[in-house]
Design a protein around this ligand. Structure first.
Ligand SMILES: *Cc1c(COP(=O)(O)O)cnc(C)c1O
Length: 451
């Protein structure tokens, strides 16, 4: 079927995620049919660099022969069997591998299907933990402002992106918000040390006042992704760990975006040798092949759920496709490739290349701030660099940039007026150079157009 016919059917039958469907009816979008390494290929045969790792999940590129083979091999055995009351080899093998690479002390793996669920599960575990540890008053959750932890009601409750979350507010449980250390727009200036100290002070104030009722503090370590790629000053996550210990609450790390190498280490927590009490992972776990997520936790938390059958200390949670064997097989092959292909070692020069290339972007008249944690990048566009005045939503600056990038052969997806770059870790240095060139040119053209 040709592109026109497919698009017509799409417009007739579909409702796309995070999409204003009225705009969709007239927008031109590629119909992606295949891929080749880090290129996506549409039904017309046009090739695009996958500049955001197919929404932050692809790791080694597409059609990786080792992962293809692992999924096919598993398909020859069984596609799915339940994890409720039964078990299977790929689920067991993957859990062992995850524990081996996780921050020390995280030694239990609870599977689910998406990042939202993995966070929701961490929240429910933290809540029930205190109920069963004789501190039932610990029921509240602390979070960072601007946070994004997924789209289910529980994960939205610990989120803080007004645009996405406002309408559901009456449905959400109340939380305590701590200002995220957003350097570029910090009220008393952008000096990293100062932002760190002031934001941690604000954190401690919340903990001091409410610690008796706080079950856990939820955060993305190192970089808040969907918030607009807001990076945290060095030392921030280890201090957050100290404070959560001091005030006797659990620390939940949402490593759904930062996990599996994205920040230059396997997990962001490693940068400051932190072990959270619970850690949610998803996106990159299968190399970007299949939906799978996991919540990792400590033996201490796991033990609080043990008891006699009729004490009902069980964690009553599980999804039909929990630990889907095909997804687990892809994840095992993904982790083996990290080792065999020395993915993290080979990533380091690419991170450097990105850092150096991005310096040039400050020469563009509307680039206000460039933020990077490893291979996670946000380029914040502003109307006026002097005053940091933002673009207005109706100007759709982000959308204009990615439309131009598409014409030049790269797929990007913005967060408002922040242009995101998140190349697959396996992208070559040459391709990264091209991605930077396309992005630079697209920002230049789009900002010139609206003046
Ligand atoms: C994407 C994301 C989620 C949600 O994951 P889904 O698989 O889309 O449900 C949660 N937390 C963070 C940090 C994310 O980037």
């Amino acid at each position: 079927m040709n592109s026109k016919k497919l698009i017509a059917k799409d417009r007739k039958y579909l409702w796309h995620p995070f999409t204003q469907m009225r705009d969709w009816q007239t927008e031109e979008v590629p119909v992606i049919e295949r891929a080749d390494g880090c290129y996506l290929i549409d039904v017309e045969g046009k090739r695009y660099l996958d500049g955001v790792s197919s929404l932050w999940c692809n790791v080694h590129g597409h059609r990786v022969k080792e992962i293809d083979r692992a999924v096919k091999k598993q398909l020859g055995k069984i596609a799915h069997s339940t994890f409720l009351g039964l078990t299977h080899p790929p689920g067991i093998e993957l859990a062992e591998k995850l524990v081996a690479i996780a921050p020390r002390g995280l030694c239990r793996v609870f599977y689910s299907d998406s990042g939202s669920e993995a966070v929701e599960i961490a929240i429910k575990m933290a809540y029930q933990y205190w109920q069963q540890r004789g501190q039932p008053q610990k029921k509240k959750f602390a979070k960072l402002t601007n946070a994004y932890h997924g789209d289910t009601i529980g994960s939205v409750s610990v989120g803080g992106i007004d645009l996405f979350h406002r309408v559901y507010k009456p449905l959400l449980f109340g939380t305590l918000a701590i200002p995220s250390p957003y350097r570029y727009r910090w009220p008393t200036g952008s000096d990293p040390e100062r932002v760190k100290e002031e934001s941690l002070k604000a954190m401690e104030n919340v903990f001091k006042k409410h610690h008796k009722e706080i079950a856990a503090f939820v955060m993305e370590p190192l970089m808040q992704g969907a918030a607009g790629m807001i990076d945290q000053p060095e030392g921030y996550i280890s201090r957050a760990r100290q404070l959560t210990k001091k005030y006797n609450m659990l620390l939940i790390f949402d490593e759904v975006a930062t996990g599996f190498g994205r920040t230059g280490k396997m997990f962001a927590a490693e940068h400051e040798r932190v072990t959270p009490d619970l850690m949610a992972v998803a996106k990159g776990i299968t190399g970007g092949y299949l939906p799978l997520a996991a919540t990792l936790t400590t033996e201490e938390i796991y033990n609080a759920f043990l008891g006699k059958h009729d004490e009902f200390r069980t964690f009553f949670h599980g999804h039909t496709y929990t630990a889907n064997p095909l997804a687990c097989a892809a994840a095992i092959a993904n982790l083996e490739l990290f080792k065999k292909g020395k993915t993290l070692k080979r990533l380091q020069p690419k991170i450097k290349l990105l850092r150096e290339g991005l310096q040039g972007f400050y020469g563009l008249k509307n680039v206000g701030d460039v933020r990077q944690a490893g291979a996670m990048i946000g380029i914040e566009l502003v109307r006026d660099k002097g005053t940091k005045e933002p673009f207005e939503a109706r100007e759709k600056i982000g959308v204009r940039v990615i439309e131009r990038a598409r014409k030049k052969g790269a797929i990007l997806r913005p967060l408002g007026s922040v242009i995101v770059l998140m190349p697959p870790l396996g992208m070559s240095e040459k391709e990264i150079g091209r991605l930077l060139d396309i992005t630079y040119g697209s920002i230049e053209e789009a900002t010139n157009e609206i003046g």
